[in-house]
Design a binder for this molecule. Sequence first.
Ligand SMILES: [Mn+2]
Length: 462
Amino acid sequence: MTDNKSCEEPATKKIRKESPSKAGAAHALNDANGDGVTYGETGVVRKRTEVENQVISHEKEAENIVEALPKDEKVIPKVELFLPEILKNAVFVGHLVTDLDSVAGAIGAAALYGGTPALASEVNSETAFALEYWGIENPKRIEEILKENESADICLVDHQQTSQMNPSIKADQVVGVIDHHALQSKTLVTDKPIYIDIRPWGSMSSIIAHTFLTHGRRPAKGIAGMLLCAILSDTLNLQGPTTTEWDRLMVAVLAEIAGVDDIQLLASQQFKAKSKELATLSTHALVNGDQKTFSFDASGFTGEIGFAVVETTDDDVILQKAGKLIPEMVACKKEKGLDMIFLAIVNIVKLKSCLLLCGPTEKDLAIQAFGGEISRHDTLMDLGNRVSRKKEFIPVITRIINNGWKRPKNLKRGLSDIGLQDLGHLEVDPNDPYGSIERVGSTLEEDKDEEKKEDDEMLIVG
Ligand SMILES: [Mn+2]
């Protein structure tokens, strides 16, 4: 709700001049503007996001691939003969605590190899969003399918650790594994050889998409859309450390097939659906999931400001993470070469917000712009009933900067006064089925636990 479709980016639905037959994901982005997007009425320029840049830079490649595919997804070329017979009519199922990559991967694999998709557990809010968005039916639960056919062949997707398998599956009925995770100590052991396709890519759905292409098959629009959303989810919009060139290319190809004109809008809507389950989001995801960069060139300040938004119905859950969010913001600012970074926590029920401040420069600008009450040792500002980045946050910041705001001098340096080498690095948690990304080895760890607890209690503003 902070950015709605009607006023997000203009001109994404322009009529394409060259090739009207194409979905033209990259075309639409290019038509919209040069290397940035004019944001709202203020004239401020939002920089293209990573996912937009990648779709644009893979435009030609993606178009060539999509054009070469048969127009009808039901056409089965001869090469289909080489699809693994062992997977025919198998049940494709992802991991417990199931996520979008598992569900989309199962749906895509079932369509590709011929079989039935199944759920290992109930879908999360992000998966429910994607299923509804693309008009795809919820797959059945694996328990239900196995009740009807106890000895069905099973192909595990997006996992191969027995600890992540649905307990109703017996190891000896597994005929295949399609996955992108490390082979750790709990890797499934089998008596007979099975079909294995494991690639070190950012998403299991990228593997399925790629196999569609190498078999000359065009996934149906809804399936392409599901696979696309799954890659965006597992790679955090192609920003995560596990992202590979394959994931980037598959996003460009799938956006073309699914007819997605505004990839960033889709990514934002998806992140909003995902953040309904805040507890499952890492601090890295919270800071980077819906962050936009704005460029300024004014008399007193020239530079770039990152502005992230997290929508929630429960401020407390996220404010309890403030002690980790602040250092992650500082790290993100350093890594992206931003001059400032803000994170607004928007309560979409109470329609009020607060702003996390990760340094004295941010604090100074926020005081000038919003003047809200500050708490939590200068790191949190009450923004009152402002809730829209597009209409209420960025325009005010832009006005202050255009009116000559200058970076204050002689500030006591905050956390930002730290070298890149001390930021640690992003790592995928191998034990987390979600594959959540966390920062490891940073010297930025803020306050001690107890202190933090006290602070957090202090700052839960009504
Ligand atoms: Mn995955």
